[in-house]
Ligand binder design. Sequence first.
Ligand SMILES: Cc1cc2nc3c(=O)[nH]c(=O)nc-3n(C[C@H](O)[C@H](O)[C@H](O)COP(=O)(O)OP(=O)(O)OC[C@H]3O[C@@H](n4cnc5c(N)ncnc54)[C@H](O)[C@@H]3O)c2cc1C
Ligand SMILES: Cc1cc2nc3c(=O)[nH]c(=O)nc-3n(C[C@H](O)[C@H](O)[C@H](O)COP(=O)(O)O)c2cc1C
Length: 452
Amino acid sequence: MTADPIRWAWAAGLLLAWLGLIGLIVVLKRRARRPVETPTADGWTVVFASQTGFAEELAVMTAQTLRQAGKAARLISIADLDVSDVQQARHLLWIVSTTGEGDAPDSAARFVRRAMATPTELEGVAYGLLSLGDRSYRQYCGFGRALDGWLRRSRASVLFDPVEVDNGDAGAIRHWQHQLGLLTGSTAQPDWAPAALDRWTLIERRLLNPGSPGGQAWHLAFQPLDGVPDWQAGDIAEIGLPVAAGQDQTTIATREYSVASLPSDGRIELLVRLMMRPDGSPGLASGWLTQEAAIGDEVALRVRANRGFHGPSADVPLILIGNGTGLAGLRAHVKARARAANRGQTWLLFGERTSAHDAFYDDELTAWRTSGVLTRLDRAYSRDSGDGRYVQQLVAEQSDQIADWVERGAVILVCGSLEGMAPGVHAALEAALGTERLIELTETGRYRRDVY
Ligand SMILES: Cc1cc2nc3c(=O)[nH]c(=O)nc-3n(C[C@H](O)[C@H](O)[C@H](O)COP(=O)(O)OP(=O)(O)OC[C@H]3O[C@@H](n4cnc5c(N)ncnc54)[C@H](O)[C@@H]3O)c2cc1C
Ligand SMILES: Cc1cc2nc3c(=O)[nH]c(=O)nc-3n(C[C@H](O)[C@H](O)[C@H](O)COP(=O)(O)O)c2cc1C
């Protein structure tokens, strides 16, 4: 062993340099494992694309969670979002649903067309994605996946893997909350369970179409046991299916129905079609509501805002188009107009099977037409001999008048069947107004749909 101090100094220096190098490698490796730097600065943008309101509800709760953790959070509908907003935002949380057959919600039309047509430069932008869907559809989370693809091709980086929610799956939503907790450094997980269902009583049930060649359509009315909540025309009632004895109360299955009445009626009215399954058995909710529940029975129900199907202010001309049980949502809009002081022109175009059996709410609609609440009322019956037409044919026949109303600022609301009616009406409106004009109406919220 040497006693030379110079040699000892060299050896110690080399050892320190070696330890330093190892330390540096460890730090660099740790950094590389993180997909992006978790943002520490404030400034989150929460974007929602929602067709029937659920994604919007979750977006509101996401923004609240961020704010409670001391972060600044901007909540914005995709309808109001431009690529430049995405580039500047840098940290985005997207909450989007899929509608139609793998389609984007209507409110996303402008963004899809203008922003998502080609990849853009989003390097430095980091995002998380909550994608709502339902596995029973062929293109599960179609829009969420398309958005994710566009973001990745645009070189945005993921904060964590996209979270996909099948039919409201509570576990997936908790996973999203968990990711939010990691981002904000907050361990508090507020309860995001949907608002509890309220207690209502079934007070009226009436078959609207005895003798119809179509499925039974029932008018149902419910009275609240705990006070009338507030809602608007276009909103949706969620009905809880009865829970069997011993079944977990927290996993109540729900079904959605367009509300056909207003709070000033003091009751929720629905128009429910008895659905038959391929094996001939009745649908769970529609069967129970129309065949099994007795007048006076308690029903679990809550109203959910469906802002995408709210109407314009009462003085704006309004064209309402629908078929079958779609009349429910349209009826609430006409009711709202009937009660408005400064009422714009209102035109209802409705299609069903036979004039003899399926003229739902005929007395009421005729009275509205007579009193001028409805400026025009046009109905088509597909099974009437000699005059069989669908509502989309009515739209085609009235194309000049519809174009004229639209020129005067009319908003178009469509409610009813996703299959047949909605694409048929869309094609007829495209022919009447032109593709570009219809896109523009969609983008500006003047063409809104509640189709299922
Ligand atoms: C936003 C929204 C609003 C709605 N508004 C109304 C309304 O106002 N009135 C109304 O009657 N219904 C409405 N529905 C449909 C309703 O929510 C239920 O899907 C329907 O009542 C069937 O439920 P169920 O439990 O009786 O049938 P399930 O036990 O769920 O079985 C239904 C059977 O019918 C099929 N099925 C389900 N829905 C449809 C459909 N729309 N078209 C064709 N086949 C179908 C299924 O594949 C299954 O075989 C609405 C749906 C949505 C999403
Ligand atoms: C008419 C209709 C069409 C739908 N189409 C799809 C689909 O193609 N793929 C999918 O994964 N989910 C589909 N869904 C399920 C919705 O994405 C899901 O119910 C979601 O929670 C709705 O969120 P929203 O209320 O924010 O629009 C559809 C739902 C409805 C009512």
